[in-house]
Design a protein around this ligand. Structure first.
Ligand code: FMN
Length: 314
């Protein structure tokens, strides 16, 4: 997720465990070869962040050789195509969900990519502009036929807002059309919703977005409760987690790159608190990382729910 799934959040998630595959935020393919791996906020990573999927916004098949060379040098474990982003800016540049209206271009991109790498290739889609089963089936079969190894489906139409319940049964429909793994995404934010999504979709796995920033321990909880993976139960301590997050930002990002990322993260993390909007707005109004950190520390001291900063797992 743009501005959110960087090295520090990925590391926080790993601290709890339970995650099978991590991802970068969407990366502009045309800019990727010029980015510096050690200092680019999009590319900085630690060795522990593995397996890591690199998600591409790619519209021009002619740049695939240079882009994939860069990804090989970066030791990408998986390469993912963003075919679902509904953001107007991304669509105007011909990327994200607008590519679902250009299956021939996507076919050329995937076919050329398949020749360029032996790494697993994956794609992420929404359900399309309207519920058009034939169009969706043709598009998904084309992806699998050209060499996509796994498909993630955000179970909403292009223009549907998050407030609308996701259409998880459509993930099951897509799964029946294909012989590659299909992963369900959209509004999984608890062990209960993970269970519901799996039962409604029959998906081969789950992708969790926003809840990863609110509850980085959700992967551990779902792995333990739903998939019966042996992971010890820990009670997350929110102020400690936040402090470690800020320290991570200081360690890995240049000063001008830190505050924006803390604000993005806090927007979701604040959802753990009844009065979280106060935390979010104080951090949002801060002009420096130090000020934001002080505001957050004061908020935590005044809102310590159990007397020890901990919360129950979802
Ligand atoms: C702030 C934000 C940034 C996002 N950036 C990306 C992105 O870079 N790539 C992507 O595939 N999806 C992106 N998404 C969509 C999520 O990955 C996910 O599909 C969507 O939020 C639904 O899943 P969720 O309910 O688990 O969040 C973004 C969503 C949000 C809210």
């Amino acid at each position: 997720m743009a501005g959110l799934t960087h090295s520090v959040l990925r590391t926080t998630i790993l601290g709890f465990g339970g995650v099978g595959l991590l991802s970068t935020e969407m990366l502009s393919a045309s800019r990727l070869p010029a980015e510096r791996p050690g200092s680019s906020p999009y590319l900085v990573r630690t060795a522990a962040e593995s397996p890591l999927s690199y998600q591409l916004l790619l519209t021009d098949e002619n740049i695939i050789p240079q882009v994939f060379d860069s990804l090989h040098r970066l030791q990408a474990d998986v390469i993912d195509f963003n075919l679902g982003c509904p953001a107007p800016l991304v669509r105007r540049s011909g990327g994200g969900s607008s590519l679902m209206d250009h299956p021939d271009r996507v076919r050329r991109i995937v076919a050329r990519s398949r020749k360029q790498t032996n790494l697993p290739l994956t794609a992420k889609i929404r359900l399309g502009e309207t519920l058009d089963e034939e169009k969706l089936r043709n598009f998904c079969r084309m992806l699998a036929g050209e060499g996509i190894d796994l498909l993630t489906v955000h179970a909403r139409l292009r223009a549907e807002p998050f407030a609308r319940p996701p259409r998880w049964p459509w993930v099951g429909k897509i799964k029946q059309w294909l012989d590659i793994p299909v992963i369900a995404n959209g509004s999984i934010d608890s062990v209960a919703s993970a269970r519901r999504c799996l039962s409604e979709s029959g998906a081969d796995g789950l992708m969790i977005g926003r809840a990863a920033a609110r509850m980085p321990w959700i992967f551990a909880a779902v792995a333990r409760e739903v998939y019966r993976v042996e992971i010890p139960e820990t009670k997350p301590c929110l102020p400690h987690l936040y402090d470690e997050f800020v320290r991570g930002l200081i360690e890995r990002f240049r000063p001008e790159r830190r505050l924006g990322r803390l604000k993005e993260f806090t927007h979701y993390f604040a959802g753990n608190y009844f009065f979280g909007h106060q935390l979010a707005s104080r951090v949002q109004a801060s002009c420096s990382l130090e000020e934001a950190w002080e505001q957050a520390t004061a908020f935590f001291a005044a809102n310590d729910r159990d007397g020890d900063g901990t919360v129950q797992a979802p």
